[in-house]
Design a protein around this ligand. Structure first.
Ligand SMILES: [Zn+2]
Length: 233
């Protein structure tokens, strides 16, 4: 068994595992972040608030109108009831009746406006609810695609892990420990192939003696520049 070849295979497996692990983390982050849904939800909640506001405004105007109408009724009863005969009092009652009539007219105008606002608020809420529903169903479609990809990646990763387990059993423990520590210190790449007499990782030219060593089945050669284990096919 050629040591550097085994380590090179191990490196290939580990590089694939790193890529898969990264992608799985990315997918999990995407599944967790639901900014679009939050934004739609905010619009819907605001529309609900606006509707409540419009309802309470309409209620207020209606109550005020009813109160003025009651006052006017009372006024009319007094004015035409025959009990009050004093001209000054009757005149006061008439002025009050005029004033109340005007107020009622104004309030009725306000009531129509409030009704229109309420209608608009109801429509805005219906639209916001629909948008929110669409948002959720889009999210569900995208989410299921991402989940599918994640399952495939997890299967691939399980296969790679099994290959890795089998491979590391063939390696001496000190060699494996050396590889693992390089993997940590060299940004996930412990083994570099020699391609056209250069280290594939750092690009430096490898001396003929190191090339020779890299081919040996029992010795591990290292790149003098980046320190990685060299592998020559
Ligand atoms: Zn190098």
């Amino acid at each position: 068994m050629n040591l550097s070849f085994s380590l090179y295979r191990l490196q290939t497996i580990d590089t694939q595992r790193q890529k898969i692990t990264q992608r799985i983390a990315q997918i999990e982050a995407e599944l967790a972040a639901d900014e679009a849904i939050q934004a739609c939800l905010k619009v819907k909640e605001q529309a609900e608030k606006n509707l409540k506001q419009a309802q309470s405004e309409l209620r207020d105007v209606a109550q005020q109108t009813a109160a003025k109408r009651m006052k006017l009724e009372l006024n009319q009863n007094q004015l035409f009831g025959g009990k009050i005969r004093n001209p000054k009092d009757l005149q006061d009652l008439q002025s009050e009746a005029d004033f109340l009539g005007k107020s009622i007219q104004e309030l009725e105008d306000q009531q129509i406006e409030a009704m229109l606002e309420l209608e608009a608020a109801q429509q805005a809420l219906e639209e916001a609810e629909q948008t929110y529903k669409d948002c959720l169903s889009n999210r569900a479609t995208q989410g299921s695609l991402l989940l599918g990809e994640k399952h495939r990646l997890e299967n691939d990763l399980a296969g790679l892990n099994a290959q890795r387990e089998a491979l590391i059993k063939t390696l001496p423990t000190d060699v494996l420990a050396h590889y693992e520590s390089l993997l940590k210190t060299k940004a996930g790449k412990a083994v570099a192939a020699i391609i056209e007499e250069s280290c594939e990782a750092c690009g430096m030219t490898i001396s003929p003696a190191d090339m020779q060593a890299a081919r040996s089945p029992n010795i591990l050669a290292h790149c003098k520049t980046c320190g990685r284990i060299l592998y020559k096919a």
